[in-house]
Design a protein. Structure first.
Length: 214
């Protein structure tokens, strides 16, 4: 998917939404050149502003990457919630399946965000992520964990620690999303029906492992 950066028109003094433009510029640079190709100067050039302008919003490139990751997490949460909205109340297994499809759909439609979130470039080693990023990541995880906890309480999922079962579900679906994004599964990224079929198959295996044995 092409990443569009809103450049400042040459006949105006201010950009209008510079922070947003820099986030998109940073995402585009990461998707095309990786972390080595990202700098505030390069992002400024894409946005059509001076090299000093980005420092009004970001102290360095790591702060820009954190902002990109925060936006990515919020978009991931949106995808999962929209996918689960069609599920009937009291159906945690159906909701879990929907969340899996929402997660994989996010990965396929927004690979640059997906790679940024989980690619290890968000914060330097030993540095605490910004509060907004931590909150966005926790919110995305909470959508999954609440569903798993509901399933355990309702007797639909095997008894156990909700975080441990959530980690199992997340690991399987995340691995599938990564394989698709990195082109390791033939005929998937550009074929929605194939993505759906593969995701259904993986989630069926997940349900077998998580469903409570009566």
């Amino acid at each position: 998917m092409s990443i569009r950066v809103n450049r400042k028109p040459g006949d105006v003094y201010q950009h209008g939404d510079l922070r947003r433009a820099l986030v998109k510029a940073g995402l585009k640079l990461l998707s095309e050149s990786g972390e080595a190709g990202l700098s505030l100067r390069a992002a400024a050039e894409l946005a059509g502003v001076s090299h000093a302008a980005p420092y009004r919003h970001f102290r360095d490139k790591h702060a820009l990457v954190a902002a990109i990751a925060e936006e990515g997490f919020r978009l991931l949460t949106q995808h999962m919630r929209e996918a689960a909205a069609a599920c009937a109340p009291g159906d945690p297994l159906g909701r879990l399946r929907a969340l899996a499809h929402g997660y994989v759909s996010f990965a396929v439609r927004h690979p640059a965000y997906f790679r940024t979130i989980f690619g290890g470039a968000v914060c330097p080693e030993g540095e605490t992520p910004p509060a907004g990023l931590r909150e966005a990541g926790a919110e995305a995880y909470r959508v999954l964990r609440d569903t798993v906890a509901e399933g355990i309480a309702a007797g639909a999922l095997r008894p156990g620690d909700a975080d441990q079962l959530s980690l199992a579900a997340w690991s399987l679906v995340h691995g599938l999303g990564m394989l698709i994004v990195e082109g390791q599964l033939p005929d998937t990224r550009s074929h929605p029906a194939r993505v759906k079929a593969v995701t259904d198959g993986m989630v069926t295996l997940l349900e077998v492992g998580l469903r409570r044995v009566r």
